[in-house]
Design a protein around this ligand. Sequence first.
Ligand SMILES: [Zn+2]
Length: 316
Amino acid sequence: MTERIKVLYIAGSGRTGSTILERILGQFEQIGSYGELRFIWDRGYAGNWPCGCTKPFRECDFWQAVMAQTFDHQPIDIDAVLHLNQHVDRTRYVPQILGIRRTQQFKQDFEAYTALLQKLYAAIIDVSGKPIIVDASKFDSSGFILGQMPGIELHVLHLVRDSRAVAFSWQRRKMHRMSDGRERPQVRRTPVRAALEWLKLNALAEVMRWHSTSYQRLRYEDFIQNPSASIAHILQQIDQPTDELTRFLSPTGVTLQQQTHTVAGNPNRLDYGEIPLRLDDEWQRKLPPRAFALVTLLTLPGLLRYGYPLGRQPNG
Ligand SMILES: [Zn+2]
């Protein structure tokens, strides 16, 4: 291994606004953003979900070239890859990923899986010509896996959003557009499930600080309030110049021009052009009182730690 591959990994809970953030980062010359890369095997290759360029994954030129290079132009045994993925990239394997009580079987699977990821990330850089990868997977085990790979220089961006906003978002009905034109509902979660997941993923994202080259925490609300400053901080974290910033960021929004080949993420990853950046605070009025109280109580330590007001801010 000559040079380590620089990866900016967005960690934290789902529904934190990571899709718009990573798409902004993907507009920079040196930075490529690819959505939630942990889904590349199941939703991407096996499921053939649409890429951010709107083509089905297996018909997208970019991913075709990446896959060919990753697998040395050999046929892909996707079942074997999915099997490996399921036996390595799961929360319950985090201790083993970190080297605690690894079984012989896990060791074998882990080595095979990380060797595959290394080839995948190298192929992404070769094909895109962009030396930095943004991976918005957010999930805990995927981040820890990258942190254990000697060929990866891992930078963690821990994205946090008010737990009540996250719980509200998990209840919304949104549709994914599929490759064949059908629509598929986005996964929904109960407030309790959303709250517990929020606690777990934020706690584990904080642990990633000890397994990465750099770590910074960003609140989604602060990012929306001052996108330029937040993006500038992120660019500094990965040692990148900030002079391209004004090209597509204005005080009210962002212009997304460059097509991004994203694997998965919020359905809005398929939107292009002028996109307003505004705080989505519908939850302040619409999250039912019982759910509001329940989520506030369950996530109290996190809300206090990240500096969120506990009551509703009707004008906020
Ligand atoms: Zn594509």
